[in-house]
Design a protein around this ligand. Sequence first.
Ligand code: CUA
Length: 163
Amino acid sequence: MKWDFIDEYEAWAFKLSLGLIVVFFVAVVGLAALKGIDVPTCVTEFKPFEKGELVQLGPKEYQLKLLARMWSFEPREIVIPAGAKVTVYTTSLDVQHGFEIEGKAVNLMTIPGAVNKAEIVFKRPGEYRIVCNEFCGIGHQTMYGIIKVLPEEEYEKWREGSR
Ligand code: CUA
């Protein structure tokens, strides 16, 4: 194609920009396809709920129904053993909130009337804070939760004690 309607250098800059867009597009789409990364969407197989709870599904498998509302998460604190795989379903009772776990690659919206899902494995013991990362009103900064991941032995002791 002839590019004589603009300056020669301008044409090169334009072609370079165009080329980079193609390179980035191919890189993003290609990597996503290669690694099986999907664009997050709301799940339809799970109905919105009005009570937050942690349910144990197997020895190290949990389902967390995390409810966001102005201005707290329910449940506020959960305790799980190291190595636990947690499937989180999250929704909101009022406005749109954010759901982020510090130190984990999880960042979802909590949307009234819809449910979002994430699967997270907690290999390392420690305290992981759940924070709302969407400004949701006057108490936004008080909106957090804690996931306590205990080493296996400590977890067993805790479980005995909490019965
Ligand atoms: Cu909920 Cu910010």
